[in-house]
Design a protein around this ligand. Sequence first.
Ligand code: ADP
Length: 544
Amino acid sequence: VPRTENVELPIIPTGYSRSRFNSAIEAIELLIGRQNVELNVKPLVDGWYLEHPNTHDAFHLVEQEELVSSATVYPASTEEVVHIVKWANQYEIPIYPISMGRNLGYGGAAPRVRGSVIVDLGKRMTKILDIDPDTCTCLLEPGVSFYALYEEIQSRGHKHLWIDVPDLGGGSVLGNTVDRGVGYTPYGNHYEAHSGMEVVLPTGEVIRTGMGALPGNNTWQIFPYGFGPYADGIFTQSNFGIVTKIGMTLMPNPGGSEGFMCTFKEEEDLAKIVEVIRPLRIRNILENVAQLKHVVQEVALLGKPRSHWYKGKGAVPLERLREIASTLPCGDCSWVYYGNVYGPKEHRDEKLKITREAFETVPGARWIPRESLPRDHYFFSRENIASGVPEFEELRWLNWHENGSHVFFSPVSAPRGEDALKLFNIAKKWHQECELDSFPACCVGLREMYFIVNMVYDRGDPVSKANAYRCMRGMIADAAAEGFGEYRTHLLLADQVAGTYSWNNNALMQFHNTIKDSLDPNGILAPGRNGIWPKKYRNKSWEL
Ligand code: ADP
């Protein structure tokens, strides 16, 4: 039941006494200022992408009040983050850092442990600390969104500098990078594109990684490794530290950029198409994430509810989707490829020619000329994204359901036809079983393929929610049985996914536990994130 009224008392962590909580709040108010501490006593409003809550998961998969905070604190500096971390240790209260909390589809701003205090870094730590147009690098605080970085680069007149953006540009560059998110220019692997971090450890020490550890250096954003063990990886998809600064490399404009679109007729041709994509991508003829979307997304992107097109239960049948598609620019098809080529025109033309010839070896392939598309077509939004321009168009699908919400199933495979088919069939089976529409897309990073299934459900309907959760669990288990693992997952599915990475008696998780217990002896930082539970919580029925 949604919380629509103000409540007097916030939800506090299980086992925590109300009086201790009140003392803790008084203490943190003294440290960072009363105005920078907010109790979670207001109605829980899910809002939407631009007005997302920082108190709970806007796209709840379970009861809205399951994954909620007790309070939010807003630090303005690394020093204040240190104060907060030391305070959390003193009061043994769980804290959960977010940058902007727009991680929708993976848990949003929600903490894994109910009643945790959210450390919202995005509100006051919004500085772009440096943009170096010569080495094409920048240094950012957690509250810098893709939009803000883009606009700052434009306003400084650095026309030659691109940024890399994911599907939606409102999130934090740092937040996306520490969650190992991806974007769509050749710099789309954000973790690979970063150089240097500043991290507040769970006991309050501050470190700088890579060259940042060397006083007086000017190479922090240029050479990511520094000397000795390379630490950055352990601060991504983890709960080992709060990242307060990150360096990112920026792509210089390659001399031009241009989108292209090709459709493929039959659903069962998926394997053939992926076989065609693989060599093109690994040879770097296709230089950015190659994206093949199922035709259902062409229909959903029209922004109309599903009931407008189909009244039956379960997934909209392919025949119906193809019938609708036949009235759209994509025509009667099952898959749509959105791609991009880079460089001066003569280079682009050459790459387009090679790609077109390869794609047209798949029977029923149709190359759609860019010029034939209406200016408001989604194609131009994809073209912008692939050229580092932030966009919001992707949100149109949320109208598919009333209270439209989504959750991602994100397994990784080799870019092989047979693997794509296996994952497609697993997703199809579970979506049929759970009466949900499947929105699949194959995204080829380079040698890895992400078979992303974006499941859109109605968060106002408990049955739709329960089905979405059951569908996710089923797909994760079946994929693991075939040797596939997820690259990222929703907060509530992290235990299950972490459990699939179990080689040699869960040796990897035991290693993570050792690091966690050593860095965070009181277990205050984001307990349960990515399936890593501090000693105090471990094996006490927190794992799902
Ligand atoms: P975005 O707004 O870019 O989508 P979020 O702020 O939601 O990103 O971050 C995604 C997840 O990454 C968060 O839920 C949190 O677990 C983790 N995270 C974000 N920022 C930090 C940070 N500065 N330090 C440590 N972990 C972080």
